[in-house]
Write a protein that binds this ligand. Sequence first.
Ligand code: XIL
Length: 348
Amino acid sequence: DVRSLQDRYEDSFAIGAAVEPYQLEGIQGEILKHHYNSIVAENVMKPINIHPEEKRYDFEEADKIVQFAKENDMEVRFHNLVWHSQVPDWFFLDKEGNKMVEETSPKQQEKNKRLLLKRLEKHIKTIVKRYKDDVDSWDVVNEVIDEYASNDRALRESPWYQITGTDYIKTAFETARKYADEDAKLYINDYNTEVEPKRTYLYNLVVELLEEGVPIDGVGHQAHIQLGWPSLQETEDAINMFADLGLDNQITELDVSIYGWPPAPAYESYDAIPDSVFQTQADRYSDLFELFERLDDKISNVTFWGIADNHTWLDDRAEEYNDGAGKDAPFVFDPDYNVKPAYWTIID
Ligand code: XIL
């Protein structure tokens, strides 16, 4: 029975994990209860799962996670209310079933915008009211910055943006604020928040929204990182930058891939990954948690995007982008739920 992560960081921030409901049982359930005091749904609270049709919500799977959190006195992060991915198409079809983004007449565009914002409001109102008493942190919008977008503010050109401009972001935060518990915090969540130029694009948007009175409480840094990228300094600067605006920071989807930078060969199986890689990873985790601890008045939650190396989205991504190359191993527990070197460096 090893010392728990939540106990180790009790004075600094909550420690969370992303889960699918099936992981709440058995040994994974035990690990969750022991090591973590915060939880987030890896998929089941996303719009496509929780609100698959305009008139149908499916709360069953989401409820299981909330129930588990209640029983075990854990914080809940809600991920997410608005995203361009894993969102059902119905949001973006007009009443005749035409794609809103293809509409060219200004009058119809205006109508579509109103309809979409109304749908968004209803979506958020329904979900936030249901989980008001249970959720501590809401990912209100996810990944709204795209540094490769062709507009000069790097606003992601999702259907949300194409149809409403930045109004969907404002409506989302305002609606969430209206119905959420007054102590619950609202986040703008994104990846690569550490690196330029994306970091500055995000910063500029946040400043602009705050000036307009949009109720943002904090920035969620996904932190899908690699052994050698981004630099610790970049992570530190990003956290300080947003803290200087008076905002909270959360690390929302932490994993440390053994691929990416520096380049690594594609290991065919878990057993083929050399010990030296796990040692390097342990050092990396150690540096990160040392930083997080040092900045702990600016960070309220550190959540891993999974529990153990037997289940990570990085493996599916490798499938998609790299011909299935390389089993990844991003967490502090191995596929059999044993602690890895990285566990010891962040505990000590
Ligand atoms: C991922 C899940 O982990 C996968 O199971 C799913 O197939 C795709 O989405 N950024 C996010 C998360 O904000 O919602 C993503 O989660 C990972 C990247």
